[in-house]
Ligand binder design. Structure first.
Ligand SMILES: C[S@@+](CC[C@H](N)C(=O)[O-])C[C@H]1O[C@@H](n2cnc3c(N)ncnc32)[C@H](O)[C@@H]1O
Length: 240
């Protein structure tokens, strides 16, 4: 379903939330708002396959409508894996469960409505946290990532994708303009872009690439690699 949420001019813009209305159009919003969204999912699923773990335990944190599971299933082929998707938005999890029932009715994959900060994780081979940490209070991020690091099995890995900010104004302006152009090319209008930016202001709290890497280092990771970067978006692979 087409995202038209910010098409009409509003007198007052409410802060963004992962509401039922947003969940309905979220797949379209993801594809039109996140540069190389599908490619990042596909690379992430490829890492899971290439790691060659036996029956890996994989957590998808802030899974939204469950797109990663579908890409992962294709990548893993016949290799079995235990997948758990977690999201605090009930309408997102409903959509994810519906998709799962359609695509793999006989397989047991788990979805939970929960805050990822409170969930009790079991020893895992992979955590994927794509475009979610940016919505978590900055002062909670390190303790959360440290907890995930502790929960990872040796040689397990974490994927972190985020919108990022820049302290250098030249980069910041250039990347913001390119991102604006990206959304225009994806048929968002100027008013839609500006109204959504206002709704997200304060709610989405990006860090710089360096700050995200430092957070991972301070959480225990020593092997960290940026595997994708596009202007103000980054994807990082961190191995235990
Ligand atoms: C941009 S979407 C994530 C997209 C998804 N990872 C993907 O690649 O398709 C952000 C998601 O994180 C969820 N979220 C935000 N904060 C959360 C939290 N503290 N606990 C659980 N889910 C959270 C939102 O409900 C939303 O579905």
């Amino acid at each position: 379903m087409r995202d038209k949420i910010y098409q009409n001019p509003y007198k007052q813009i409410k802060p963004f939330s992962f509401s039922p209305i947003v969940a309905k159009v979220f797949d379209d919003m993801l594809n039109r708002s996140i540069p190389f969204y599908k490619e990042v999912l596909s690379l992430s699923a490829g890492f899971a396959k290439e790691a060659n773990y036996k029956n890996p335990v994989i957590y998808d944190l802030g899974c939204s409508t469950g797109n990663f599971l579908n890409v992962l299933k294709k990548s893993m082929g016949e290799s079995p894996f235990a997948y758990t998707g977690i999201d605090s938005s009930e309408p997102m999890i409903h959509k994810a469960q519906k998709k799962k029932r359609k695509l793999s009715p006989s397989q047991k994959y788990d979805f939970y409505v929960s805050d990822i900060l409170d969930f009790k994780y079991r020893a895992a081979n992979m955590f994927i946290i794509n475009y979610v940490l940016q919505f978590i209070e900055k002062d909670q991020r390190k303790i959360f990532l440290s907890n995930l690091y502790q929960t990872l099995k040796p040689k397990g890995f974490l994927i972190l994708s985020e919108k990022i900010t820049n302290t250098e104004p030249f980069f910041s302006n250039a990347y913001s303009k390119e991102y604006y152009n990206f959304k225009i090319k994806n048929n968002y209008s100027d008013i839609e872009i500006k109204q959504k930016d206002r709704a997200l202001k304060d709610f989405l709290q990006p860090l710089t690439v360096e700050e995200n890497i430092l957070l991972l280092e301070e959480s225990g990771f020593t092997k960290i690699s940026v595997f994708f970067k596009w202007c103000n978006f980054v994807s990082i692979l961190a191995v235990k």
